[in-house]
Design a protein. Structure first.
Length: 181
C-alpha cells in the first residue's frame, strides 16, 4: 500500500467514522449477540472498534519497518489492558479488536482461556473472516468472531446452569456494547 495514502487514511479517520461504518442497527445486534453469548459461559467478551492507529503505532510500521499485522497486534494488546479485559474474575476475558483503517481484526484472550486454546485456533478463525473485513462487511466478520470466541468459552468455561434452564443473572464485568476509539 502507498505509504502516503496509509498515513492520510489514519489521520483522517476517527471514532465517529467507526460508528458510522458500523451503524446503530449493527451496533445493537452485536451488543445483543455478546449478551446472549455471555449467558452460555462464564467468560466476558469485549469488542473494540478503532478507526485508525495512533501515529506512535503507525511510526513503528513506517520507520522501523515493522509489519502492519504486528503493529495491529500490539495495539490490540494495548487496548486489552486499557479496557481491563485482563481483569475479569476467572481470567477468561476476550478482546475482539477491529482496526478499520487497516481492515484487520485481532483476538486477544486472557491467560485463563489462552492456556486451553491453541494459537492455531485463533489464527484459523482470523483467516476465515479476513475477507469480510476487507470487503467492509463488518457485521458479518464481527458476528463470526463472536461465534468463534463463544465456542471456545463454552468448551472451556461453560455456564453453570442446565440447558433449557434460565441462567442466573450475573454482573457484566465488561461492557457488551462495542467500544469505539
Amino acid at each position: 500500500m502507498n505509504i502516503v495514502m496509509r498515513v492520510i487514511r489514519h489521520l483522517w479517520l476517527d471514532a465517529d467514522d467507526a460508528r458510522r461504518a458500523v451503524g446503530e442497527d449493527t451496533l445493537q445486534r452485536l451488543e445483543a449477540r455478546v449478551h446472549d453469548s455471555e449467558r452460555r459461559h462464564t467468560g466476558e467478551i469485549c469488542l473494540c472498534i478503532e478507526a485508525s492507529l495512533p501515529m506512535s503505532y503507525l511510526w513503528r510500521h513506517l520507520r522501523r519497518r515493522m509489519p502492519i499485522e504486528q503493529v495491529v497486534r500490539e495495539r490490540a494488546l494495548t487496548e486489552f489492558g486499557k479496557l481491563r479485559v485482563w481483569d475479569t474474575e476467572l481470567n477468561n476475558g476476550v478482546l475482539i479488536y477491529l482496526q478499520l483503517a487497516e481492515h484487520r481484526i485481532d483476538i486477544v484472550a486472557d491467560r485463563g482461556l489462552a492456556r486451553h486454546v491453541e494459537d492455531a485456533y485463533w489464527r484459523e478463525t482470523l483467516a476465515s473472516m479476513s475477507a469480510e473485513f476487507r470487503a467492509g462487511r463488518y457485521e458479518e466478520g464481527l458476528t463470526r468472531a463472536i461465534d468463534a470466541v463463544t465456542a471456545a468459552l463454552e468448551r472451556h468455561f461453560p455456564a453453570s446452569h442446565s440447558p433449557g434452564e434460565t441462567p442466573p443473572q450475573r454482573e457484566d464485568q465488561l461492557p457488551n456494547r462495542p467500544v469505539f476509539r
